[in-house]
Ligand binder design. Structure first.
Ligand SMILES: [Fe+2]
Length: 332
């Protein structure tokens, strides 16, 4: 199975590997179906951006690193409800939020690495909430690499899922960390450290962040984790960076924005080339391939070479590197 942009769908040789559902989770097309070009236009109008498909290239590609889409969508709507409550100045739906964080901890615990579902897979009106869910997944993945206990992951998760909740109440963008902090600390069930994640997630260790220009060790580790996850998610979802480029941008800010051990845990928990990525390796004309799995090293995937239909494991081929990422249209 692999994930493609709906624009790249071709009915002549691709079948659906997962059903297509609308925003209300009604099944529009089942597994195994093909999509007629007219219907494809309709799906695009409905806001469907990505498809999970099977074709000759998808053989052996595992998407185990990606969390289940229905669960992801459920948690997005819970975050949306939290923002609505915050706007209405009512208490936050804490039971649902706590349940969601537990589910996200489970998702992260059972996977060695995490592959994010692009926030552009949902309607634009939901992208802020999808972003929050992705930030939480990444943050929990970092927390897991650092060796946090369940209780620590729980506080980290709640703070990250609601890190931007202040946007539901603040009039100016610069005020959202403080507004969020005040909203969260008004709930006695939420730990103060989770509230501080909202307060400090735009602080950087060089003291050039906001709102308080905190620096170095004055910034909580949890807030640093949220900050790195937030920046990475924005690079990929809003600025269109591919994962390995976004990872490099983050690494370049080691000891400038983020403390070294956080950057290290981040780089150990994230994959550079997600399964399904089309790549060109530095071995000449036969080097066109597709990433099938990521097993031992998150930055050295297993690639199936298209022309000779053979897999090579980059984790034990140190001289072979990914030269570039190829668009779907180059792969035919
Ligand atoms: Fe923010």
């Amino acid at each position: 199975m692999r994930m493609i942009n709906i624009e790249d769908y071709n009915q002549n040789y691709m079948q659906l590997a997962k059903p297509i559902c609308d925003a209300k989770k009604r099944v529009l097309l089942g597994t195994g179906s093909t999509i007629h070009p007219k219907y494809k236009e309709k799906l695009i109008q409905l806001g469907i951006r990505y498809l999970f498909i099977e074709d000759s290239k998808s053989k052996g590609i595992s998407m185990e690193e990606m969390m289940d889409m229905p669960t992801w969508l459920d948690i997005i709507s819970i975050v949306e409800n939290a923002y609505k409550s915050a706007e209405a100045k009512s208490p936050l739906p804490l039971t649902d939020i706590q349940k969601s964080v537990k589910q996200l901890i489970e998702e992260v615990s059972k996977r060695p690495a995490i592959m994010l579902i692009p926030t552009s897979a949902v309607d634009q009106g939901l992208s802020l909430f999808a972003h929050s869910v992705n930030v939480t997944l990444l943050a929990l993945q970092i927390g897991k690499k650092i060796g946090y206990t369940f209780a620590q992951l729980n506080d980290l998760g709640i703070g990250c899922l609601l890190h931007d909740i202040g946007k539901a109440g603040a009039t100016e963008q610069e005020k959202h960390p403080e507004t969020g902090f005040n909203m969260l600390r008004a709930h006695r069930e939420i730990s103060l450290i989770s509230a501080h994640i909202a307060y400090q997630h735009h602080e950087t260790i060089d003291g050039k962040g906001f709102p308080r220009n905190l620096s170095g060790e004055d910034i909580l580790e949890f807030a640093q984790i949220c900050s790195i996850a937030n920046d990475y998610e924005n690079l990929v979802s809003k600025e269109g960076y591919v994962p390995h480029e976004a990872i490099e941008k983050i690494m370049a800010l080691n000891e400038i924005k983020y403390r070294h051990h956080i950057v290290l845990a981040f780089s150990q928990g994230i994959i550079s080339y997600p399964p399904g990525t089309n790549v060109q390796l530095n071995i000449g004309s036969k080097g066109k391939g597709i990433v099938t799995r990521v097993v031992s090293n998150p930055h050295r995937p297993i690639v199936r070479l298209i022309d000779i239909n053979k897999e090579i494991d980059l984790s034990n081929q140190p001289t072979i590197i990914v030269e570039s990422i190829l668009e779907e249209s180059y792969m035919d």
